[in-house]
Design a protein around this ligand. Sequence first.
Ligand SMILES: C[S@@+](CC[C@H](N)C(=O)[O-])C[C@H]1O[C@@H](n2cnc3c(N)ncnc32)[C@H](O)[C@@H]1O
Length: 194
Amino acid sequence: MALPDYLRKKKGFLELKKNKKWISWNPYHSKLSAYVLAGGPEWPFEEKSNILYLGAAEGNTVSFLSHICHGGRIIGVDISSVAMAELLVLAEKRRNIIPFLGDAQIPKKYSPHTGIPDILYQDVAQRDQVEIFIRNYDFFGPKCGLLMLKSRSSPGKDNEVFRDSKRKMESRFKKVDAVDITKWAKGHMAYYVE
Ligand SMILES: C[S@@+](CC[C@H](N)C(=O)[O-])C[C@H]1O[C@@H](n2cnc3c(N)ncnc32)[C@H](O)[C@@H]1O
């Protein structure tokens, strides 16, 4: 994909233009940055995108999306109250982040706060992460989704896990693009779907 004008690659890293300055977006800390550096084929994020983000953690990737989608909003769901405490601090500074302490397995709990998101983004590193992603996708009906999938980290089993996940994704979605991001996020694959 052609990079939007607010992103650039420099010396193997990604940079985001923020208030006329280029700031580093570390691919080792954000799988979305890794997805771009790995040549991810689609970039669905627009100024007014509404995003449902499952596995928001402390808000590292959320903070970049909050800047990129400054006219939209990001519902950041996480199950950890420790991570949520930090996300709340970030949300106090950014008016377009809505934090939600909850379980991504139960979409109806946070659906009153989401509306219909344009994009479903998930990075929860759970055993049943593909099922959670499909459940949320079917519940909300977004235009597209990005799943950051973690293998079970069994040595030599990564390929098997990725093959099985891709098969499940392809039986549900018309378009599935798999992007290998293991160079930056060990044992991870990114999936873009529509
Ligand atoms: C790898 S971290 C996410 C990092 C984050 N996406 C980023 O790039 O800044 C995974 C997160 O998923 C959360 N998580 C795990 N299971 C979850 C579930 N069932 N529902 C919601 N969040 C979950 C964890 O608490 C953790 O904060």
